[in-house]
Design a binder for this molecule. Sequence first.
Ligand code: AMP
Ligand code: GLY
Length: 425
Amino acid sequence: MKIALIGGGGREHALAYKICESDLCEKLYCLPGNAGTSKIAENVEIAVDDIERIVKFCKDNTVDLVVVGPEDPLAKGIVDMLEKEGIKAFGPKKDAAKIEASKSFAKYIFKKYGIPTAEYETFDNYDDAVRYVKQKGAPIVIKADGLAAGKGVTVAEKEEEAINALKTIFLDKKFGNAGSSVVIEEKLTGEEASFLVFSDGDSILPMIAAQDHKPVFDGDKGPNTGGMGVYAKAPIVDKQLEKEIIEKFMKRAIDGLKAEGIEYKGVLYAGLMIDENKQPKILEFNCRFGDPETQAILPLMDSDIVEIFLSCIDNTLASKSINWKDKYAVSVVAASGGYPGSYEKGKVIEGLDEVEKLDDIFVFHAGTKICDGKVVTNGGRVLNVVGLDKDFKKAQEKAYKAIKMIHFDDMHFRNDIGNKAYKYL
Ligand code: AMP
Ligand code: GLY
């Protein structure tokens, strides 16, 4: 079948690699893709938010299946539009994508269906929100309701920080409509973990747990990024906890949405906070694969992902299972100098050919493109270097050995991706 993959980050390069492994895939288009996907698929220069052009391209090229990476087109209803044209699409429809696109809707679902989460209130005006912050005191968490490219959350240690965040949202309108209301919630403590499942609206099929590293510097210091590295399977999620997450979070969400008249098909991704007593609470649900979680999870998957996508769409997931390699994956992000602040693009990336020859190493491109025959940087997060091994430490060593063979001007990466796992191994 002809497949189109929407997106151009590290997540999409990992998805492209996995889709290409399937016997069902005869042709893969990546819209827009990156330098990495251009080697295994055909890149098509259409932006992820240009939904009309995406739909037209898929119709004109008789695409059989569309796989959507990022949340924006999902929240705008790309799956609904493709289905209207008779094209199969993997991902939730607009009403179901609201679980990520509206934090107040997500909180309503958590509360109504007994999904453990932080105490919260929602507000649609500055004055009431400030009054609540003053009443509760710091630390406190302020969240713009809508999609804000991962920048809408402030974990405020001081009251003043919380009030500044409310000013930015309500008075400066930094996030536009996405900030027309806010969720204010208690600060949770512990370790974060990501748990992703496939869903066909009735049944779920779990993936392995992963742990992302959002702050830019070692020791979780510095500002948050899109994610500087990840590992899977995250040993903090043991068998017992996995069972609890599936029952109390994933199934309750899918069943709860169903009770609201919403069919959830696609990947449901839980961002969890796990406290020192191993009690999990939900921070958020995302309506898609995680980035960078996907880059560590998919190299460990030993099953045909296209078959799973089709089972989600056709409501036959109950008959499926996933085989996982008996290995760990540690993935380290190489970022541009200055990221997550401003950075330059167009730096030549060296060492890729040598690294790609290594065993049990994957390099998934994110912000890269080809310029005059050379691979150059084209974004903040540039590459994901993934090491695989049965032994966690060796997987980590492989990833770091490989990333040190890659070079571009001002490249930086965290040196401690994976260290948190040792206390659970
Ligand atoms: P969210 O988009 O809701 O996942 O928030 C982004 C990040 O903010 C999370 O990955 C956490 O690191 C942090 N965060 C969100 N909510 C809370 C909370 N209630 N307590 C502590 N940290 C939080
Ligand atoms: N790993 C963070 C995200 O995908 O939102």
